[in-house]
Every structure is written in structure tokens, then in C-alpha cells.
Design a protein around this ligand. Structure first.
Ligand code: HSE
Length: 322
């Protein structure tokens, strides 16, 4: 299978490194950065690409071409699967939205880790994929490495989802956990979460609940066939939660968690008190999702919702499933 990777940031590099290290049976024919690209129809030498871009961008790689960019590589139809890994933008979904539209309209499969296009244009992109008889997969957009979308689509096939509840933002979980166990202050811990590399570029997306709301929208559309958008989510972030409140809850056997709740008529992100022995009560950067369905009753998944190799792993799972 030939693939082309669009976006050579943290996740893009993670995907390339894992394909190389695990010797996966996938030929990477193209890797695109901003206004440049590396292309080899026989397969790029990934070892040399990884070494040659260790501390620099793709544009500094000796084999890079300036006459080739993502749009050109999409129109060349040089790959079976295009992997769109540009940064998330929940305002207009660009540049990922235009790339994915072009890929699907050209009759190629698309995989993305980019929440923006999936949140804003879910139904349009799904219809476009189906009209062109190709796959559009985006497991990495919800819960990173934790299987959520594919779990329901594949393993819980035939079940009807009644509700979804969980922690889908690692940054806020890390902040709330540290507040509870140490009574530490908000801004100090947020700084540490940023150093761990899990916070969004603009950390207000995490602490104001925007990132969790984006994941709630994807779940609502995927599991409940809704036509939900960001403005439909009832959102309350964690900025007004004090260390005193979290400590008091902790002493009484509860943790404060930023909880996503999605159902046929529910779409909410808000801080909640969760009993410390509840399966959703996971600490640190972990995510957890509890899915209630009609046959299997309840399934809870716990895992890492962010990180270079964790997210790349979810992307690779989508590539291999195609
Ligand atoms: N900022 C997000 C988090 C990254 O903290 O979970 C994954 O979407």
C-alpha cells in the first residue's frame, strides 16, 4: 500500500518513525511540509529522512522539492491513502478541510488526526467519502491512542449506543489531579502540563473545555447520527475551580473531573464530582470513556489521549485497517 503524509509536525514525524522502526508493510511515497515535499514513487528512504530532519523542518532536508506541495501530491494520485496531519483549527478547519475534500474527491482514502475538519464538516466529508467509494478514518481525533470510534464501529458492532461519558482531555485531568493530591495552584500546574507536551498550543482550548467539546461533537455525530456543531455544546471549563474545592472533594472521597456527556439529546462538557472508586476516576494525563450500549451494557476504556507515538499509533491503526 502506498501512502502520502501531509504535515510533518509531531504526529507526522511519529508516524514516519513508527513505520520505519516497526518495518510496516507500507510504502511512504510522499511527505509534505508547508510549500515543499519529498517524493519518491518507489518509496522514500525513511531512515535518511528521519536522520536528515532530526532538529530541522522538512524544508531543510537535502532531498526536499519546492516544486511539489500537498495539493500537487494529492492531484498526482500517487498514493492509495493520504494521511492528513496538519494542526487542528476548529475555526474554519483549514488547511486540513480542503486537503481532505480534495483527497476524497480524487477517489483516494483519507486518514486524519486533525479534529478541525471532522468537527466542522463531519457529514459533508462522510458523504463525500461514501460517494467516491473510499474510506475516511479519524480514530486519533477522539481519545488519541484509546480506541473509541473504532471500538464501537468494529468491536461493538450491532450494539445501539445509549450514552457516552468520560474524560477526553489529558491537560485538565493532569491539572485537577495535581490540585487534588498536592493542593498546587492552577497556573503552575498548567505550565507543567505544557512542558509535558500535551496541552494545546493555546492552552485556553484545554482549560475552557473547547478541546473536550470538539471531541463531544465528533462522538455525537458518529454514535448518534446527529448534525452537531461546536455551538450546540453546553460547555463549562475548569478555570473557576479552586485548589481548596478540589482538596475538599478529595478528602470526602471524590475527584473533580472535566466530564464529556453525550447522548441523543445531551451534549455537555462540565466539571463533575466523581467517586474515587468509579472506573472513570483515572488520574494524571489519562483519559477514560464509559460507553453504555444495549447489548454489552457498559464498556470503559482507559488510555493515553495525547502524545507523539500514542497519537501516531491510532493513525497507523487506521492506515492498516484500510
Ligand atoms: N490537549 C489535548 C489533551 C491533546 O490535553 O488531551 C489531545 O487532543
Amino acid at each position: 500500500m502506498k501512502i502520502c503524509i501531509i504535515g510533518y509536525g509531531t504526529v507526522g514525524r511519529g508516524v514516519v518513525e513508527l513505520i520505519h522502526k516497526k518495518k510496516l508493510d507500507v510504502t511512504v511515497v510522499g511527505v509534505c511540509g508547508r510549500n515543499c515535499g519529498v517524493y519518491d514513487e518507489e518509496g522514500i528512504d525513511l531512515g535518511s529522512l528521519i536522520d536528515g530532519t532530526k532538529d530541522v523542518g522538512l524544508d531543510k532536508y537535502p532531498g526536499v522539492r519546492r516544486d511539489i506541495d500537498a495539493n500537487k501530491m494529492i492531484d498526482m494520485k500517487c498514493a492509495d491513502v493520504y494521511v492528513e496531519l496538519t494542526p487542528t483549527n476548529v475555526v474554519d478547519g483549514e488547511p486540513g478541510y480542503s486537503f481532505i475534500r480534495r483527497i476524497l474527491a480524487n477517489g483516494c482514502h483519507a486518514v486524519t488526526s486533525n479534529k478541525g475538519p471532522v468537527v466542522l464538516y463531519y457529514n459533508e466529508l462522510r458523504k463525500l467519502a461514501s460517494a467516491n467509494n473510499v474510506k475516511f478514518l479519524y480514530e486519533a481525533t477522539v481519545g488519541g491512542a484509546m480506541p473509541v470510534l473504532n471500538l464501537v464501529r468494529e468491536n461493538l458492532r450491532g450494539n445501539r449506543v445509549a450514552s457516552v461519558r468520560g474524560i477526553l482531555n489529558g491537560t485538565t485531568n493532569y491539572i485537577l489531579t495535581r490540585m487534588g493530591s498536592e493542593g498546587a495552584g492552577f497556573s503552575q500546574i498548567l505550565k507543567e502540563a505544557q512542558e509535558l507536551g500535551i496541552a494545546e498550543k493555546d492552552p485556553s482550548y484545554d482549560v475552557d473545555g473547547v478541546d473536550a467539546a470538539a471531541k463531544a461533537v465528533i462522538i455525537a455525530n458518529e454514535f448518534f447520527s446527529r448534525d452537531a456543531h461546536m455551538e450546540d455544546v453546553d460547555v463549562c471549563g475548569i478555570t473557576r475551580i479552586t485548589p481548596e474545592f478540589v482538596s475538599l472533594a478529595w478528602k470526602n472521597g471524590f475527584s473533580v473531573k472535566l466530564i464529556v456527556e453525550v447522548g441523543r439529546d445531551v451534549l455537555r462538557v462540565a466539571p463533575r464530582l466523581i467517586e474515587r472508586n468509579h472506573p472513570l476516576c483515572v488520574d494524571g494525563v489519562l483519559n477514560a470513556v464509559n460507553i453504555t450500549v444495549d447489548m454489552a451494557r457498559e464498556v470503559t476504556v482507559v488510555g493515553y489521549g495525547a502524545g507523539k507515538y500514542e497519537t501516531a499509533g491510532a493513525v497507523i491503526s487506521d492506515i492498516l485497517s484500510i
